[in-house]
Design a protein around this ligand. Structure first.
Ligand code: ADP
Ligand code: ASP
Ligand code: MG
Length: 460
């Protein structure tokens, strides 16, 4: 049984939803083909309409700033867009049901933002309630679109199956509870040959408070569904042909990577390959389920297949990724050398402020770390100053090269540094498994360095 996840661009307009229906139809036909021993599914996971989450968070920000009229006007415009999209539902009765649902949800949203604009404060809990509407509404439209075009679909409210922690805007799934709910809700639907359609990104705490898994989290939802339901493949349908050798927005001649290992894929996702949410691979890896990235605008292309191991490509590098908005924090021991317990104390401060560090390098007297989430950084620095000298540098970027072939190539690092060229390198780190090397440089040097590294290792 397959799980098919469609990202925002794959549901961005009516034509995209029609393509989605065709893709689901083909998957359905394959599932019920006589030679298939498990004629169930697929299960469909969908994102909000392209750009809708940004809009919803913008509306929340307007409400938080007290701009009730602006927020309500944008709610109205977004509802209009969703209603327009519902036009893709070819059955009048089904379409009217969905239109009613949209009216109710967006009506409630308009009242919520009016109230929040009076309070001028939007808590993370409200942010989640607001953002979730994007996926709840798009999944309703997609379920009815499938149904009206002859595919037996059943809409499933994600909040009834995805059980999460209460960490709003970045909730984590509670796997045993989620598996139990998914089994209870999805197995009976699949047994009567239905195609369940679930909004990605959205969940709820055990007592029913709406949560979200963090930006880009629909990929993660799909992998969680796949793992809980024992899927044989998780397909991520998006707007590029697969994982490319670099971010195509930064390196226009990036090429397709036909196969990746789970480890390579998670490193790339973690270091900025946005095509996959960084947590996606974990549930798939735990159950050894292949993940395939495919292009909904070019469904015939073979895409990228991600599995536990893959045949060698013969190249040292698989792909490069990068992350912007990185902050470097240098922490020097105020004694001559790092005292016993210094690292423990230092990381304890980050731990205490629930902030994770990404890249770490050390010397005899100092430690440098990078941080993505700087919301609590000033307080962290205050605490660190109790026992260390601390400096902070914003506007840095991390360039990460990933490849199973790095370890076998003695000249790799010199070739890499040569390609990066005359750029001040702030940090350099190589993981124990030698599958990746990460280099921290000024953000202003990123684009050039990325282009040169890509040209060096992926010259056509
Ligand atoms: P979706 O809405 O389908 O989830 P995303 O926008 O989240 O799509 O991810 C797809 C985008 O990721 C691509 O359009 C591309 O611009 C970007 N991207 C960044 N790095 C890579 C990479 N290495 N390979 C492919 N796409 C990448
Ligand atoms: N709609 C959410 C976002 O834009 C989740 C996703 O698309 O994966 O972040
Ligand atoms: Mg995405």
């Amino acid at each position: 049984m397959f799980v098919l996840k469609f990202g925002g661009t794959s549901v961005a307009d009516q034509a995209a939803i029609v393509r989605l229906v065709d893709i689901v139809r083909a998957a359905r036909q394959a599932a019920v083909a006589p030679e298939n021993t498990d004629p169930r599914g697929p299960i469909v996971v969908v994102s909000a309409l392209g750009g809708a989450t940004d809009r919803l968070l913008g509306i929340a920000a307007e409400a938080g700033a007290g701009d009730a009229d602006g927020a309500r006007e944008n709610v109205r415009l977004l509802l209009e867009r969703y209603l327009l999209m519902a036009g893709v539902i070819t059955d009048d009765g089904l379409r009217e049901d969905v239109e009613r649902y949209l009216g109710v949800e967006f009506g409630a949203l308009a009242r919520v933002v009016s109230a929040l604009a009076v309070l001028k404060e939007v808590s993370p809990r409200w942010l989640d309630a607001i953002a979730a509407i994007g996926e709840l509404a798009s999944s309703r439209i997609v379920a009815a679109a499938l149904e009206s075009r002859g595919l037996a679909a059943a809409w499933v409210d994600a909040r009834t199956v995805m059980v999460t922690t209460a960490e709003h805007t970045a909730a984590a799934p509670l796997m045993p509870e989620t598996e139990a709910r998914m089994t209870a809700v999805l197995v009976p639907l699949l047994a009567v040959r239905k195609i369940p359609v679930i909004g990605g990104f959205v969940g709820a705490t055990a007592d029913g408070v709406t949560t979200t898994l963090g930006r880009g989290g629909s990929d993660y939802s799909a992998a969680i569904v796949g793992a809980c339901m024992g899927a044989s493949e998780i397909q991520i349908w998006t707007d590029v042909d697969g994982m490319l050798t670099a971010d195509p927005r930064l390196v226009p001649d990036a090429q397709l990577v036909p196969q990746l290992s789970f480890d390579e894929a998670s490193e790339l996702a973690y270091f900025g390959a946005k095509v996959l949410h960084p947590a996606t691979i974990l549930p798939a890896m735990a159950k050894n389920i292949p993940v395939r990235i495919l292009n909904s605008r070019n469904p015939e292309a073979r895409g990228t297949l991600i599995t536990a191991s893959r045949p060698s490509s013969g190249l040292p590098l698989t792909a490069v990724a990068s992350k912007r908005n990185v902050t470097v924090v240098d922490i020097s021991s105020t004694r001559m050398l790092m005292a016993h317990g210094f690292l423990h104390k230092l990381f304890g401060v980050f731990e205490h402020h629930a902030t994770s560090v990404d890249i770490v390098t050390t010397s005899e007297v100092s430690v440098s770390v990078t941080v993505d989430d700087t919301r609590r950084l000033s307080r962290i620095i205050d605490d660190l100053r109790a026992f260390a000298d601390v400096t902070r540098q914003d506007d840095m970027a991390a360039l990460c090269v990933v490849g199973e072939g790095i370890q076998g190539d003695a000249l790799f690092v010199s070739r890499l540094l040569q390609a990066i060229g005359p750029v001040p390198i702030r940090m350099l780190s190589q993981a124990a498994e030698r599958r990746n090397i990460t280099i921290v440089i000024p953000d202003s040097d990123l684009s050039g360095a990325l282009t040169r590294v890509h040209a060096e290792f992926f010259r056509p």
